[in-house]
Design a protein around this ligand. Structure first.
Ligand code: C5P
Length: 412
């Protein structure tokens, strides 16, 4: 299995201002380095009351920057040096006081100074992401809200805060996002926004067709490819709806998920929504047939040695039904085959009347973390070489975005 490092080659400044949530920043630094980033930690004096620079140095593998008066900087311009080399600055936690400093453009501490001095436009623009963390009363205070609105208007990106239990024992808005959530936000921030303003509908996973209350017909689809596509489309700026069959996978951030079980339920969830979307990507391994009638009670062995006779009926073809809509979205089908992927994919292109079919070898990929895709459309074939599913999903999203652009005029 290939291990994807989504932040390989990125240099991230992680800033800590004062707050209990500093303990989560240690984990954040680990998460970012696991994804391949190099991390430079910068701490305010208040932050050092909550976690030591020693811990942050050990985790980041670099001395922590604490002061603009650090004479070790050859040019004595830590605020310039730190900001110029960074691909992004993420301040986690961002305290109420720190946000207030930013709103006023103050620069009395290295971290605020560094944020003020960062390039905001042009080729070397360095995004500033803020993860607020504070008591709910502090967060909802008009002064904090005013300051936050101001820093966002000035170009900062707000990550959270979340609602929930707070260190003070109260419950409400103001919790810092979890380190994994911040990591994913940062990863998304670097993805090209090729689907900005688009709405994407994705089906994923298997379906489950009940035979009786305890048994059913399903398949080995894990849903991983579809979930990766939903995530990649969201990272690319799309508003994503994911209709998922029965799988145990976490919902990608900011994706609207609708859980279904059977093909009929998936059909009923997709059809009324499809026309409101720009793109429909059918990755689900929908069962072709379902039992004609679901037994009300568990079917018992009757001692005769004869298995019960199971009448099947065909499920609706969701992709073909969407492709028949007068105001259809750009439709992408999947072909999970056991052999001759190209031929079967091309056959589906015609039979389902869709502009793009993505072929893959079902048995070789079901449940696995990597895959290999073959894109088949009217212009020919293109292979996306073996990689983990998220990498492939991002490549596929780019391919779809290009086609949307090119074929835009043809789509109603
Ligand atoms: O050949 P098959 O009908 O299985 O084609 C697979 C493609 O069609 C996939 O994109 C799958 O999600 C979609 N499909 C569907 N509804 C069905 C069967 C397949 O949307 N009932």
């Amino acid at each position: 299995m290939s291990t994807l490092q989504s932040l390989a080659g990125r240099h991230i400044v992680v800033g800590l201002s004062g707050g209990i949530a500093c303990f989560k920043s240690a984990e954040l630094v680990r998460e970012l380095t696991r994804e391949g980033a190099t991390v430079q930690v910068v701490m305010t004096e208040a932050a050092t009351q909550f976690i030591t620079p020693v811990t942050m140095q050990a985790l980041s593998g670099r001395p922590v920057a604490l002061s603009q008066w650090d004479a070790r900087e050859p040019n004595n311009m830590a605020h310039i040096n730190l900001g110029r080399g960074a691909d992004a600055i993420v301040v986690a936690p961002a305290s109420a006081d720190f946000i207030a400093q930013l709103a006023q453009g103050r620069a009395s501490e290295l971290l605020a100074l560094l944020c003020l001095a960062r390039p905001r436009t042009g080729e070397h623009a360095c995004p500033l992401l803020l993860a607020p963390a504070m008591n709910r009363e502090m967060w909802s205070h008009p002064a904090t809200q005013r300051n936050t609105t101001q820093v966002v208007a000035d170009g900062a990106v707000l990550l959270g805060p979340a609602a929930g239990e707070q260190a003070c024992g109260e419950v409400g808005d103001g919790r810092m996002l979890e380190p994994e959530e911040l990591r994913d936000e940062l990863i998304a921030c670097f993805q090209p926004k090729v689907l900005a303003g688009r709405k994407v509908l994705v089906t994923a996973g298997p379906t489950f067709e009940s035979i009786d209350p305890v048994r059913g017909i399903t398949n080995h689809s894990s849903g991983k490819m579809g979930f990766a596509i939903a995530r990649a489309a969201q990272e690319a700026g799309a508003q994503v709806t994911l209709v998922a069959g029965p799988v145990h996978l976490a919902t990608p951030r900011h994706v609207q998920r609708i859980d279904v079980r059977s093909a009929q339920q998936m059909h009923d969830a997709v059809l009324p929504r499809a026309a409101a979307h720009d793109v429909f990507i059918a990755t689900a391994a929908v069962a072709d047939w379902r039992p004609a009638a679901e037994a009300g009670q568990k079917i018992k062995k009757d001692g005769s040695g004869q298995p019960p006779w199971l009448a099947l009926t065909e499920n609706p073809d969701i992709l073909a039904a969407v492709a028949r809509l007068p105001d259809r979205p750009y439709c992408v089908g999947f072909a999970a085959e056991s052999e001759d992927v190209a031929r079967h994919a091309r056959e589906k292109l015609t039979r389902k009347n869709v502009p793009l079919v993505v072929g893959n070898l079902g048995p070789a990929t079901f449940g696995r973390d990597d895959n290999k895709l073959l894109l088949v459309d009217a212009d020919g074939e293109r292979e996306l070489a073996t990689a983990d599913k998220l990498t492939l999903a991002r490549e596929l999203v780019r391919e779809i975005a290009q086609r949307l652009h090119r074929h835009g005029a043809e789509q109603p």
